[in-house]
Design a protein around this ligand. Structure first.
Ligand code: URA
Length: 239
């Protein structure tokens, strides 16, 4: 938690004295309610601070939505192969960003990158059960029996017990939407292979409240909007 006058003045837009005046004039709001005491504190990662109704970004962290292309590793560095970090400009790479969870080298789609370790920990904790939705193209066609098997919780050949997962055929069933609440190694591929429907291509569409921006081509990225960040911060473990 940080003092609100410090957070606002650290943006460089106002001095502490000016922030005090803004507060006195009732122009500063925290999560919608006026702030009158400069010493009041807020969490810079999640607070919604506005001045005259305009959102002021005080977050000390960076949150990036990336459309991961095939062929890159979801890692921060690798001796031999390119990683998703190579898609970012040097100034961002120097911040120590890392991917929140991994996509396989050949998997495409939504990847969140941040330097906010606490948020990443919360989203990835086995207890948090954040929904991840994948579009899978398979050999053969998925059917009702596959849907029921995933809904019941598959047990894979190596004994891994999967949590109940969603499966919705798309079109003729040669593609499907798979919703996981966990993220084990190669999980979608292993689950569908166990049903005799090997995955030909895999693409992540969403993770918790974040949906891949259709305007982002593979390899492109953008900062999360304030609204997206708010939703992520409010993501609670769903047991
Ligand atoms: N499941 C997989 O099999 N691969 C991924 O990249 C993500 C989920």
């Amino acid at each position: 938690m940080e003092r609100i006058d410090k957070l606002l003045s650290s943006t460089g837009r106002w001095s502490r004295r000016e922030v005090k005046d803004l507060m006195r004039q009732g122009r500063v709001r925290l999560d919608g309610r006026p702030v009158s005491r400069p010493e009041e504190k807020a969490d810079p990662a999640s607070a919604c601070l506005t001045v005259d109704g305009d959102r002021v970004d005080c977050s000390p962290y960076v949150y990036i939505m990336l459309h991961k292309p095939a062929g890159l590793l979801s890692a921060t560095e690798d001796r031999d192969q390119p990683t998703v970090l190579d898609l970012l400009p040097p100034a961002l790479r120097r911040r120590g960003l890392f991917p929140v969870g991994r996509l396989d080298k050949d998997t495409t789609g939504l990847l969140l990158l941040t330097d906010d370790g606490a948020l990443a920990h919360r989203l990835l904790s086995p207890r948090s059960h954040v929904d991840k939705v994948y579009l899978a193209q398979v050999e053969g066609r998925v059917d009702q029996a596959d849907r029921e098997a995933l809904a019941a919780g598959l047990v894979l050949g190596d004994g891994l017990r999967c949590l109940p997962a969603g499966l919705e055929p798309v079109g003729d069933g040669s593609s499907c939407l798979v919703t996981l609440r966990e993220g084990k190694y190669h999980q979608v591929k292993r689950m569908l292979a166990a049903r005799g429907k090997p995955v030909l291509a895999l693409h992540r569409l969403s993770m918790g409240p974040l949906t891949l921006d259709e305007g982002l081509n593979p390899g492109n990225w953008r900062l999360l909007t304030a609204g997206e960040r708010d939703k992520l911060m409010r993501t609670e473990p769903s047991l």
